[in-house]
Design a protein around this ligand. Structure first.
Ligand code: 9D3
Length: 242
């Protein structure tokens, strides 16, 4: 048995973990010791009587900033307990967007250190000094980095060997540069007056495949013009044999 994938999380709210990662696919994998989860409570690395973890922003402005010295002690404790080769992520709204490609890469890394931001953010010097990769999960404002850490761990853990009924291929899993999925139906055949599209009940596998392909293109064009542009460009290039 290979050593478990190790997830280390630096947070002000360790009680949030494992949270949703403790059930279903990821929860079973945790029980089976395919991966392990270790939290580092930031307040335990504070040095003063009040266990302060934040301070006012240099140059002024609203809110508070996470102190570099406290963060560094927590990060160093995690590195000492783990492996300095594991990727170190700072979850922040101004990071580079997380993608399925990242999940595929990090699933092969053996472990991951995730540092959850709170308040207005982290002192930039600790990000540089500990070589943290700044990552966001998308363009919306959350209250902190804990939910993003869970999103990333969910995406990574489900790719670990033995976790899910192994996908046909990682390529097939990712719709990057591709198309959205086709719509799904199951019984009953008619529900609230809505019938399953006739073609799906026809048994004509060629026609079914064609219909699904057209639906995938239609959806992608309407919902994801970004993916659609890439798809169209690739199609054109393929037509000219690159
Ligand atoms: C007024 C400037 N705000 C940035 C948009 C300040 C701010 C808001 C929310 C600073 C931190 C946060 C907390 N969010 C995260 O820590 C976070 C996050 C997010 O809010 N959206 C998407 N991905 C992420 S990763 C971490």
């Amino acid at each position: 048995m290979s050593p478990p994938f190790s997830a280390q999380v630096v947070t002000l709210f360790p009680e949030l973990f494992p949270g949703p990662l403790g059930v279903s696919v990821t929860g079973r994998a945790l029980e089976q010791e395919i991966w392990r989860l270790e939290t580092f409570f930031l307040r335990n690395y504070a040095s003063d009587r009040h266990r302060t973890v934040d301070d006012t922003p240099a140059g002024g402005g609203p809110g508070m900033v996470m102190r570099p010295d406290v963060l560094a002690r927590a990060i160093d404790a995690a590195i000492a307990a783990g492996d300095s080769s594991w990727p170190r992520l700072a979850l922040t709204p101004s990071g580079r967007p997380f993608t399925q490609k990242d999940a595929e890469k990090w699933a092969k890394a053996g472990g991951l250190l995730l540092i959850c931001g709170r308040f207005e953010g982290m002192d930039q010097r600790v990000i540089e000094a500990r070589d943290l990769e700044e990552i966001s999960i998308g363009d919306y404002v959350l209250s902190g980095g804990e939910l993003p850490a869970m999103v990333i761990l969910d995406a990574v853990v489900r790719l670990l060997p033995g976790v899910t009924g192994s996908p046909e291929s990682l390529d097939e899993e990712s719709f990057e540069g591709g198309l959205l999925e086709y719509p799904q139906y199951t019984r009953p055949r008619v529900w609230e007056g809505r019938a399953i599209p006739e073609v799906l009940l026809s048994g004509h596998h060629g026609e079914i495949a064609r219909w699904r392909f057209e639906e995938r293109k239609r959806r992608t064009r309407l919902r994801r013009p970004d993916l659609w542009s890439t798809y169209e460009r690739r199609e054109e290039e393929d037509g000219r044999e690159r």
